[in-house]
Design a protein around this ligand. Structure first.
Ligand code: C5P
Length: 250
């Protein structure tokens, strides 16, 4: 995967699959990476694996030629987020997440930091993805923390805020991808989890789309966890999903 800083060009048309490495330790992650590296576009490292395995798992994947989506959902004062983002650029990740509810100043600090650090290091700016409303929150819970209790409206409000602050990408649920695609510029990259092919178990995902449906709805990247890492043959599962995608027609 390549992400070109300002024009935000990506080669997701070749392989939009981001395999979520939702496993507890470096050994299990590395085993998956070795199987999957030729057949996925990137690997997502979240809080569990990063807390357990640390930055060395990111370095190992980069050395092996894989792309990394660091999903740590930064949310703090602008100065702290800017420094965390700079550290992620130094680590050479290709995508990372921040919470859009951190506000405009925090989002702008993140974007400024990603570009300034990438320029200093002579590399391409990673894509910062804004997380809007966690899919685990319903209207009641949103209202209880003092937010707009209509989930759809809150998602659109935070997405608009993120785009006006300069973010070039958003994480969105399958429920939101069509609505967001219609209100954000075409250059904004949409990354969608909750992907299940026909016959897959939904697990705890309440609303899913197939890989083909998500791309047709306007997603640029598909985050896929259990259908790949929990399969008896993860490589074969990823190959099957990749072969099912109408990439040449996109
Ligand atoms: O196993 P599964 O395909 O459901 O994994 C989806 C991945 O996407 C997990 O890493 C999960 O944390 C992440 N995710 C999600 N829903 C969101 C945001 C992220 O499932 N709204």
């Amino acid at each position: 995967m390549t992400v070109d800083g300002d024009s935000c060009l990506t080669d997701e048309m070749q392989n939009p699959i981001i395999a979520a490495l939702d496993v507890p330790n470096a050994e299990m992650a590395w085993d998956l990476v070795q199987q999957l590296i030729p057949v996925v576009g990137a690997f997502k490292i979240g809080s569990e694996l990063f807390t357990s395995a640390g930055p060395s798992i990111v370095r190992s994947i980069r050395q092996a030629g894989g792309s990394v989506f660091l999903d740590l959902k930064f949310h703090d004062i602008p100065n702290t987020v800017a420094k965390a983002v700079a550290a992620a650029v130094e680590l050479d990740v290709q995508m990372l997440t921040v919470h859009t509810s951190g506000g405009t100043a925090m989002l702008q600090a993140a974007e400024d930091s990603v570009h300034a650090t990438a320029r200093r290091l002579g590399k391409t700016s990673p894509l910062i993805l804004g997380v809007t409303v966690l899919t685990s929150l319903d209207g009641n819970e949103l209202g209880a923390v003092g937010f707009e209790s209509n989930v759809g409206r809150q998602v659109e409000r935070l997405a608009a805020l993120a785009v006006s602050a300069g973010l070039r990408g958003l994480v969105c649920s399958p429920l939101e991808v069509v609505a967001l695609r219609s209100i954000v510029p075409a250059s904004v990259q949409l990354v969608t989890p909750g992907i299940r092919a026909e016959g897959d178990q939904a697990n705890d995902q309440k609303r899913t789309l197939s890989p083909q449906e998500a791309l047709a709805a306007g997603a640029n990247w598909l985050v896929i966890g259990r259908p790949i890492y929990a399969a008896s043959n993860p490589r074969a599962a990823a190959e099957k999903i990749l072969a099912s995608l109408p990439l040449s027609s996109r």
